[in-house]
Design a protein around this ligand. Structure first.
Ligand code: SAM
Ligand code: SF4
Length: 466
């Protein structure tokens, strides 16, 4: 084969998939594959899928229709376009995907992507290949480290998977079936990966996992290490100035993790802590293993530890058996907490989960109506939070050139995009900014006087061509 082959990976769903997609590209780089930004002209297209709600799976089939047309056009030009479906939907549906979409060459689950070169060879030999095993060996031991140029292209902020899978078995959720049992990576491996990222200019790391605060990987002394202790170790890495973690389960919000929000200045004052419902009856039916009072107690302790903490959450409306008064309890919980934002979803029955077989499924119209009412309250609180940022001074981590000439886009400690007039050399640096204007989803600000001759950080991550 002459010249590099073009790879296009499209991620659906959560941040775990974004991380996995990057590692797939890293695994294929030594095979001569170079990532491209569009599917047009690619030699290999991978759709890294999500199965969490029915809508997520529908999106993939409609994308496959578009890719089929590209494959036909490539064949007409005498080129071969290989199509792969990866991720949680691949794990759940396996060969069924090839039956429904016959142009798919390769199907592989989230535990198999380190074997991609071998799977591609198998698909070439046999026409198709399917791999949805949960292998006994740890895929993380086999993944190629990203090239520093690839790290730079991906920016100053990186996700790092530290934990995968889930043993909680919430009755609505497919994750324990698609991602398998809970697994934590050893501390030494995670630190080595983050040191490598920091050397290439990464300044902010988000530790990710389906249930990240259940983390209990092997520590330096051999015993299990908690997420709080892991965060402490990561905070000591030169160059890492900001830390986050997601997604957490309330049940695993241990005292040492709450204390880390008080003690670790690198840990940003923002936490995503899904609650799902405000009704104890529904929380029990969901097998969430916490009550409304437990959740409120955790929020109180977190805010005692870190008074400026902003909280976001996830909600499901219309879980089987949810009455108007259960839903009213969810609305009252939102009112009681004061969130800075939230994701909210209509319950989607997933095949194979206990919720799908429960009596009292709620009709679509009721789900839609409740979702709309919930979103109004969430939007009201999010707008209030954004308004409260006006006039405040934030440390902003600059990520890339902004919308207009002379502008940069950065992130506030609360992950809000901030547009600021600032020189390109500040990309990869943190500077203090006064917020002068507030939009519905972004902030605008000016560098403070103290930053006027910001000399300290030569940009580590100028984008290519800047
Ligand atoms: N591990 C996290 C937790 O403990 O809440 C959440 C993981 S899940 C990928 C992200 C969100 O999707 C959940 O918090 C939940 O709100 C939503 N979700 C999961 N299954 C769902 C379903 N069957 N229908 C609707 N929403 C669902
Ligand atoms: Fe799914 Fe999260 Fe519950 Fe695990 S804890 S089953 S990932 S919702």
């Amino acid at each position: 084969m002459n010249g590099p082959r073009k790879l296009f990976v499209k991620s659906f769903g959560c941040q775990m998939n974004v991380y996995d997609s990057r590692r797939m590209a890293d695994t294929l780089a030594p095979e001569g594959y170079v990532e491209t930004a569009t599917a047009e002209g690619a030699d290999l297209v991978i759709l890294n899928t999500c199965h969490i709600r029915e809508k997520a799976a529908e999106k993939v089939y409609s994308e496959l229709g578009r890719v089929r047309r590209l494959k036909e056009a490539a064949a007409a030009e005498g080129r071969q376009l290989v199509v792969a479906v990866a991720g949680c939907m691949a794990q759940a549906e396996g060969e069924e995907i090839i039956r429904r979409a016959t142009m798919v060459d390769l199907v592989f689950g989230p535990q198999s992507y380190h074997r991609l070169p071998e799977l591609l060879a198998r698909a070439k030999r046999n026409g198709t290949a399917v791999d949805t095993e949960f292998p006994a060996d740890d895929k993380f031991n086999h993944l190629a480290a990203p090239d520093p140029i690839a790290i730079r292209a991906r920016g100053v902020s990186a996700f790092v998977t530290v934990q995968e899978g889930c043993d909680k078995f919430c009755t609505f959720c497919v994750v324990p079936y698609t991602r398998g049992a809970e697994f934590s990576r050893p501390v030494a491996k995670i630190l080595a990966e983050i040191e490598h990222l920091a050397e290439a200019g990464v300044r902010e790391v988000t530790l990710i996992g389906q249930n990240v605060n259940a983390y209990h990987g092997e520590g330096p002394e051999g015993g299990p290490c908690s997420l709080a202790r892991l965060l402490e170790r990561v905070a000591q890495i030169d160059g890492i100035e900001r830390l986050r973690y997601t997604t957490s389960h309330p049940r695993d919000m241990e005292d040492d993790l709450i204390a880390a929000h008080r003690d670790l200045p690198q840990l940003m004052p923002q936490l995503h802590l899904p609650v799902q419902s405000g009704s104890d009856r529904i929380l029990a039916a969901m097998n969430r293993r916490h009550t409304r009072a437990d959740y409120l107690d955790i929020v109180r302790r977190l805010r005692d530890a870190r008074p400026d903490l902003a909280l976001t959450s996830d909600f499901i409306v219309g879980f089987p058996g949810e009455t108007e008064s259960d839903f009213a309890a969810t609305l009252s919980l939102v009112n009681e907490i004061g969130l800075s934002g939230a994701f909210s979803f209509k319950y989607s029955p997933r095949p194979g989960t206990p919720g799908a077989d429960m009596d009292d499924q709620i009709d679509e119209a009721t789900k839609s109506e409740r979702l709309q009412r919930l979103q109004q309250v969430i939007e009201r609180d999010q707008a209030a939070f954004y308004r409260s940022c006006l006039g405040r001074t934030f440390d902003v981590l600059f990520e890339r050139p902004g919308r207009h000439n002379g502008q940069l886009t950065g992130r506030s400690p609360y992950l809000q995009p901030v547009q600021v007039d600032a020189p390109l050399r500040l990309i990869g640096g943190i500077a203090t900014v006064i917020i002068t204007e507030v939009g519905s989803n972004s902030l605008f600000g000016t560098l403070t006087q103290a930053n006027a001759q910001y000399p300290s950080s030569e940009s580590a991550l100028l984008p290519a061509g800047a």
